[in-house]
Design a protein around this ligand. Structure first.
Ligand SMILES: CC(C)(COP(=O)(O)OP(=O)(O)OC[C@H]1O[C@@H](n2cnc3c(N)ncnc32)[C@H](O)[C@@H]1OP(=O)(O)O)[C@@H](O)C(=O)NCCC(=O)NCCS
Length: 219
């Protein structure tokens, strides 16, 4: 049987770090993602996300996550795309790292967002998975900048950013779930990137890059 990745190339993409495997979440993996989210991502009542999606009642969280994964896939185009990469550690699904762009050929800039189930936080996985997508953005996609943001109180996310060499890029006030939130923007460039001491292994890049309308750039 022909593999789905023949028709939807991102499903053939895999990024591997020393401890983690990152690849686009397939439909049969959505239940594992929902279970990971249901197990708890953050302190109750203190959502670190612009939409407090992880606080939805259990019965709504699954359909909402599935809808989000399908919407991101359905809206993917060279003009605007989001790769929702699941994170696996020793075969277990532990979280999600996304990488997205708008008008990439002109702006050469990606955005990222991530979460891990609480039980595995604080072991350096967040740094390892963000380093993976920064390496992929700079060395494979040819990006000039990687941007991110976090609530000013989110020391875990800002700790990952600081540790990888992101520079502070201003504070803005946004409406998160209807409440005012001061948000710290951060920005990484190849010049400031504190590269990890390991190599990223990438499979399936060429077909994905072509699908996203890019010229493949390989180091
Ligand atoms: C944000 C998140 C992905 C980070 O992953 P993590 O595995 O917990 O973080 P790491 O263990 O990789 O920590 C990375 C760095 O941040 C630092 N850090 C972590 N928690 C910190 C804290 N509370 N205060 C200060 N620094 C902290 C670590 O010391 C480490 O820096 P170092 O390598 O220089 O020592 C994870 O904590 C998470 O899923 N949080 C809830 C969801 C969330 O906030 N998502 C981001 C929304 S913007």
């Amino acid at each position: 049987m022909t593999e789905l990745a023949s028709y939807w190339p991102p499903f053939g993409l895999t990024l591997a770090t020393p401890r983690l495997t990152l690849r686009p979440i397939r439909d049969e993996e959505i239940p594992a993602a929902v279970q990971a989210a249901l197990s708890g991502i953050h302190e109750p009542g203190r959502s670190p996300f612009s939409q407090p999606w992880a606080e939805m009642p259990a019965g709504e969280l699954g359909p909402n996550m599935a809808r989000w994964y399908w919407r991101c896939r359905g809206n993917m185009s060279p003009e605007e795309w989001t790769l929702l990469l699941g994170i696996w550690h020793e075969g277990d699904f532990i979280g999600c790292q996304d990488i997205s762009a708008k008008d990439f050929p002109a702006l050469k800039t990606v955005g990222t967002g991530s979460w891990l189930r609480r039980s595995v936080q604080g072991q350096g996985f967040g740094k390892e998975m963000r380093a993976a997508v920064a390496l992929y953005a700079f060395d494979w996609l040819g990006a000039d900048a990687a941007e991110s943001e976090a609530a000013v109180w989110n020391q875990q996310s800002l700790g990952v950013s600081r540790s990888l060499g992101y520079e502070l890029n201003g504070v803005t006030r946004a409406s998160w779930g209807g409440k005012a939130q001061d948000v710290q923007k951060v920005r990484l460039t190849p010049a400031t990137f504190k590269r990890p001491d390991w190599q990223l292994k990438v499979e399936g890049h060429e077909a994905t890059a072509e699908f996203l309308g890019m010229e493949p750039v390989v180091e």
